[in-house]
Ligand binder design. Structure first.
Ligand SMILES: NC(=O)c1ccc[n+]([C@@H]2O[C@H](COP(=O)([O-])OP(=O)(O)OC[C@H]3O[C@@H](n4cnc5c(N)ncnc54)[C@H](O)[C@@H]3O)[C@@H](O)[C@H]2O)c1
Length: 289
């Protein structure tokens, strides 16, 4: 049977395993949304620091994210991992980005957490497919990649390949109550959605500076204008016209070897259907006149 949130989810805590830069922020977010949080860190001192951080920031996070929880969740450090995860409906792994360490941690979490607990990795680059070799119940494991909440409040949910699809659905439904905006990564990807987009922006920014085309401050100045305008990539391509975008991409492909063909293939598929963007009434989006 497909996963559904436990009926007592509102009474059960979230556990955070690894309470550094990200773990402590997540503790504040879940507390702000009214859920109790238990923190475990191999460094007991860091566990205390993170608890203090979460308690100090939860109210501010609640305001920033516009949450309406009746109370802030209690945040407490746990003396060991077993005590941290006991009763938790979800365990968030946020230990350092080392494959062997995360594999070991997931084995422990699978052994210690309640049978119905979701086990979510906050890894930035390791798909959970690689982390489950010591896990008996991979159907409850997934990547849930946070950025830097509360300001950057997107979360990307990605299956380990065996994740119960009900878990993704349940988290898509549940996370907005914490002011988080979940996105479903629809197949395994080397790098999450936004990391990949950001990687392309960074790479090209560095290239234009390295080639002497622009100064760093020129790049940042143009970026500011772009962000202020607030036109997202696919909306902008529709405005430009997908046939024009394809011509531009073909030019780049001619002068710069190695550009993957996938983007041009996708554009051609839309163009072949007469979907040119705003000018034809349909592109990636519908544009009724
Ligand atoms: N920092 C970010 O902005 C960011 C953003 C998205 C994802 N992430 C990911 O989150 C994870 C954690 O990153 P971070 O920046 O918070 O790292 P960090 O180094 O600040 O914190 C990691 C914490 O884990 C603790 N730890 C180490 N081994 C442990 C173990 N076996 N059990 C429990 N705790 C343990 C450390 O004491 C430390 O406090 C990484 O996978 C990273 O890729 C980080």
């Amino acid at each position: 049977m497909s996963y559904t949130l436990p009926v007592d989810v509102d009474e059960r805590p979230v556990a955070i395993d690894g309470a550094g830069t990200l773990g402590q922020r997540l503790a504040a977010v879940y507390s702000a949304g009214g859920t109790d949080v238990r923190i475990f860190d191999v460094s007991a001192h860091q566990g205390e620091v993170a608890t203090e951080y979460a308690v100090r920031h939860a109210d501010d996070v609640k305001r920033k994210l516009g949450l309406d929880a009746a109370r802030l969740g209690n945040v407490e450090p746990a003396g060991d991992l077993e005590a941290a995860v006991r009763g938790a409906w979800m365990v968030i792994e946020a230990v350092p980005e080392r494959l062997e360490l995360k594999r070991e941690v997931f084995g422990e979490l699978d052994r210690l957490a309640d049978a119905d607990a979701i086990l979510a990795s906050n890894s930035s680059s390791l798909p959970t497919r690689l982390l489950i070799e010591n896990v008996g119940h991979p159907e409850r494991v997934l990547n849930a990649h946070y950025q830097q909440p509360p300001e950057l409040n997107a979360v990307e949910l990605m299956s380990c390949g065996q994740t119960d699809p009900g878990i993704i659905d349940a988290l898509m439904d549940r996370l907005p109550r914490y002011g988080l905006v979940p996105f479903h990564v629809r197949r395994e990807s080397d790098g999450f959605i936004f990391n990949r987009i950001w990687a392309a922006i960074k790479r090209e920014s560095l290239m234009v500076v390295e080639e002497g085309v622009a100064r760093a401050e020129d790049v940042d100045g143009m970026w500011d204008i772009w962000v202020r305008a607030g036109i997202a990539p696919f909306a902008l391509m529709d405005r430009v016209g997908l046939d024009v975008v394809l011509n531009i991409e073909e030019h780049y492909a001619e002068v710069r070897p190695g550009i993957p063909v996938g983007p041009r293939k996708l554009l051609s598929e839309y163009i072949d259907q007469g979907r040119l963007g705003v000018k034809s009434g349909r592109g990636f989006y519908d544009h009724p006149s």
